[in-house]
Design a protein around this ligand. Structure first.
Ligand SMILES: [Mn+2]
Length: 320
């Protein structure tokens, strides 16, 4: 592991949760998502600069690992014109680990931002404290013991970024990694979970789930989720202050198409045609409208026919 030194002193850290940059409009969003999400990332990085905070990204910088147009990569390189550290998430990699064909490798190789994992960084704080930031990307093990190749000095505060299925209250269904004390690590900050959840303290390790800056799904979790970044300040003798800073965003109803109201069984034969008309009018770019439409209507076909239709839909929407 390379131990780097931050280029300047900072007064704290700014954690930017899973941006999921994408050139397409995802799911049932009806706004210009590609521009909106870039603007949120730009806002977050500018906020960090204005408040002398070191920006960190919790993974899933991109929504698709490889199919990103060059203009999107150029925009990211322009945004990453200052010191920024990140890990990669499951969406950033085509396989379970990073390869040269993944977009995030292009960013890291261009020295626009720095990938944590193989690197950790020592940050001198304006109050004289030292903060060490390391990270474990998607699929990489969390350190059980202090993984940095030096002794943790007195007053040194250690932050670890992760992108894992961590079982915290509110994420029991998919979480399997139970939070525990990680000796030497003061705070674990996990991306991957898109909603903000309460912190969990195990021994001397605090586990944080800040949630992401974008709202991608039309689920209830997205309806109540307030896009925000997490600010960590005032690190002192193992204690710290953390606060969520709202990222400017539009109201939920202006961002998402309204959900289709469920029809009764008698109305279902006519809804097929009505559904087609709606599908035609919305044309969600990632095919979520088509998927939702098919799921409502495929039960009228034999299983093998329905499976074939599903496969065909995945092929034409590029989600195979
Ligand atoms: Mn994510």
């Amino acid at each position: 592991m390379n131990i780097l030194k931050a280029s300047r002193t900072y007064s704290g850290l700014l954690v930017i949760g899973d941006p999921h940059l994408e050139a397409r409009v995802p799911g049932f969003r009806k706004d210009d998502y590609p521009a909106v999400i870039l603007e949120k990332l730009r806002w977050a990085i500018a906020y960090a600069a204005n408040n002398t905070l070191l920006p960190l990204v919790t993974g899933d910088l991109f929504n698709l690992p490889r199919s990103n147009p060059n203009w999107l990569l150029v925009e990211v390189m322009r945004l990453f014109d200052r010191e920024i550290f990140f890990i990669y998430g499951n969406h950033d990699v085509h396989e379970n680990s990073l390869s040269n064909d993944d977009s995030i490798s292009v960013i890291a190789e261009a020295r626009k931002g720095c990938l944590l994992g193989e690197n950790a960084v020592i940050v001198e704080m304006t109050n004289g404290r030292q903060v060490v930031v390391g990270g474990s990307s998607w699929g990489s093990a969390l350190p059980r013991k202090m993984a940095l190749p030096f002794e943790k000095g007195p007053g040194m505060f250690v932050v670890w970024l992760t992108h894992h299925d961590i079982k915290v209250p509110g994420y029991e269904e998919k979480g399997y990694l139970r939070p525990k004390e990680l000796p030497g690590i003061d705070v674990v900050i996990n991306g991957h979970v898109h909603r903000r959840l309460d912190s969990v303290k195990k021994g001397d390790t605090v586990w944080l789930t800040p949630g992401n800056i974008s709202r991608r799904s039309r689920s209830d979790a997205a309806r109540s989720h307030i896009p925000a970044v997490l600010r960590i300040d005032g690190v002192n003798d193992g204690s710290f202050a953390c606060s969520h800073v709202e990222v400017p965003h539009q109201p939920y109803d202006e961002v998402f198409h309204e959900a289709v109201i469920e029809a009764s069984e008698e109305e279902r034969s006519s809804i097929f045609v009505a559904g087609l008309a709606e599908l035609e009018s919305r044309r969600t770019q990632t095919g979520d409208g088509l998927k939702a439409f098919l799921e409502k209507n495929l039960d009228r076909f034999e299983t093998d026919v329905a499976d074939e239709i599903r496969k065909l839909a995945e092929k034409v929407t590029g989600n195979e």
